[in-house]
Design a binder for this molecule. Sequence first.
Ligand SMILES: Cc1cc2nc3c(=O)[nH]c(=O)nc-3n(C[C@H](O)[C@H](O)[C@H](O)COP(=O)(O)O)c2cc1C
Length: 177
Amino acid sequence: MKKNIVTIGGSTSKNSINKILAEYAGNLLQNSGFTKVDLNNFEMPLFSVDIENEEGFPKEATDLNAIIEQADGFIISLAEHNGAYSAAFKNVFDWLSRIEGKVWRNKPVLLLSTSPGARGGESVLNIALNRFPYMGGNIVGSMSFPSFFDNFKDKDIVNSDLKLRLANLVVEFEKAL
Ligand SMILES: Cc1cc2nc3c(=O)[nH]c(=O)nc-3n(C[C@H](O)[C@H](O)[C@H](O)COP(=O)(O)O)c2cc1C
């Protein structure tokens, strides 16, 4: 059966460049379908142990958890805010981790980041590279994509080295499914 990949942009910006990059990579999949997750569709309260104790998990968190449960792998591109996860992603990640500590279920993860800057979100990428393996993330490839607006134009990657690197990562990711 065709594999089902979930793409996630780690941001709630309407025009999120990380959502664009994750979905661009999703479109490179040869033999798999993909489901786009927009965090705006999973708006949940700021995590608090009190809300959890008093009200349980928000429906948006259990809905997203169900999507993750059914996925065969993930292409995640993280936005970098002050060197770390965006608050929106961290909040969702915290809720998900309360439902199931192995958030990513030991499934293959292609981990990306991008920003308008030359480091392409390398700091947040490193945070996730260190952390996701403890959360069930089987990271099979990663890449920070620098200077997004210089290297991605008209819905395509215009830097041939970056384009090839990402294409190769998607091939390796699909082999790991
Ligand atoms: C509060 C804030 C902090 C930011 N901090 C960083 C940063 O540490 N490193 C970086 O490369 N870009 C930083 N940026 C710029 C983001 O990379 C840029 O807004 C990018 O578009 C975010 O990804 P998104 O479009 O997927 O939301 C920051 C932006 C905001 C709003």
